[in-house]
Write a protein that binds this ligand. Sequence first.
Ligand code: ADP
Length: 625
Amino acid sequence: MTTDQEQTNTAESLSFKAEVQQVLHILAHSLYTDREIFLRELISNASDALNRIQFEMLTNRDVRDPEVELKIEINADKEARTLTISDTGTGMTRDELVEHLGTIAQSSARAFVQRAKQGEGSTNASEIIGQFGVGFYSVFMVADKVTVVSRSFRPDAEAAMWEATGGAEFVVGPAEREQRGTTITLHLKEDASDFADTWRIEQTIKRHSDFVAFPILVGEKQANQQKALWRRAPREVEADQYKELYRQLTLDMEEPLMQLHLSTDAPVDLHSILFFPSKRERGIIERRVEGKIKLYSRKVLIQEDARDLLPNYFRFIEGVVDSEDLPLNVSRESVQSSPVMQRIKKTLTSRLHRELNDLAEKDSAKFAAFWQEFGPFIKEGLVTDYESRNDLLKLLRFQTTTSGDDLTTLAAYKERLVEGQQEIYYVMGSTAEAARNSPHLDPFTARNIEVLLFTDLMDGYMLSSLREYEGLKLRNVDEADIALPGEAAGAEPQIDDAQFASLAERFAAVLGDRLKEVRASKVLRDSPARLVAGEADYGREMQRIQQLLGREAELQARVMELNPGHPLIAALARRAAEHADDPVVAAAAEQLYDNALLLEGLHQNPAAMVPRLLKLLEAAAGVNK
Ligand code: ADP
């Protein structure tokens, strides 16, 4: 046992956590194309530490060296083959050195190790480092020994050092250092000695760290422009710089779909770059998109993850918002309730809508890619953001019975209404193919009436606030009594009323309380049967959502319509007339019911159909039982 006193006065050797050891091993042995990114990682850590101390000092002056300049200094010694990176940020205590540099905080470490082992990225370490954010450890690509000396901003903290050579252990101990901050010394590997050249360092900073918000001094000279990217005029920013900023903010390997760069001083001072990711999921590390918006005020990072700057349905957006008008008073509540905040939110939201509508007009393929990933969020917005309704309505896209793979807007659908059509029709299904096979479509197809395909989980939810569009009611094709324009009779009956009645009776007996009624259809043409709903049964859209979410939803009893003009129904009627308890008739009743549920995406357990299908196949093949 050591006392606290002893512990701070002596050096000790500790083991890296297993995942760090693996990462170090991989880094030290991988082939890399651009290992210069280690410098970017260290500068980014220094800049984070500077941000944190700046934030701390907004409310707390009781820190070490409150007056010291916030900056990053880089010095190289070509002879000694060393490189030092110093900052005046928060610094770290001995315990913090152990905790932060001895373990990997991110749960991504395991994924990193796995990926690297599979050999997927082993030839390009920078790619995996970028993706998994192993940050600090990237120094071991260029150094065989790293010494960190740090002193925390807390007035009572002593200086401490940390040292490692890329093996399984590191050393921590006391150190001499007066000033707050951190100095990292790299003892460069022989084949990495060029990183002790000033020009090489400057060039690397230009390429990767030019817009870091604090001065980076190489020797006496400032090497970065320092002006934040979002504070520059959009025309001065190059496409690659946006990509680099996006990568740094998100660790997303894919390029963003697009970005919105806004720099204005009216109605509010607002400098912002917002990114649309290209994918909803970010692969192995993060399964779910929750974008993060960093909020700066007067060059100080005041929130890492500002939640109230955009409406919730834009939560997949990532980026930076910076405004001089925000009060530097940092308590979350006061920022949130600030009227400036509301104005920023309004401005950003309407710009995002405009940007999306522009994209839809100018680049429909790119918009389709956006819609594919983020359409459900826009539908959510339609329900939750009433004020933006008109903007959001313009963004909606659907496949239809006649669109093939293309998407249509509601406005375009409206242009194509047939003569006398006064409603917008939709059919629900788990996929476009299922929806297109819906028996409910018979009378619509017969009249050339286009029907929207609602195949997305969010469609049902969206309907709760999209009951009509420009005076046209939205109607589910499964409703019983839809009056359609024009003539198109159902199929000619092939059986008489008495035959039909006995079949209907049989179906009703087999299906029991799953049905309200069995009756002859007046509208079916090519399909044998359908389940209709009364107008009052709305809720089935919601039921489908429950179903898709994997919750048991109780199915409402429905009306089954049979097509007396369909050869299958006619044949079944004849069989039922001969043998009231013909097992084929019973199995057919069950199967027709299941088919209907299946096409609507409401079937709870399709595998349960298999034994029955087998029996039906046996009957069809003439097997006698
Ligand atoms: P990340 O930066 O992604 O968290 P790193 O491995 O690069 O991962 O760094 C681990 C942690 O070490 C940081 O989160 C931070 O708490 C601490 N750290 C690293 N460099 C510094 C520094 N220059 N000043 C203060 N703390 C630092």
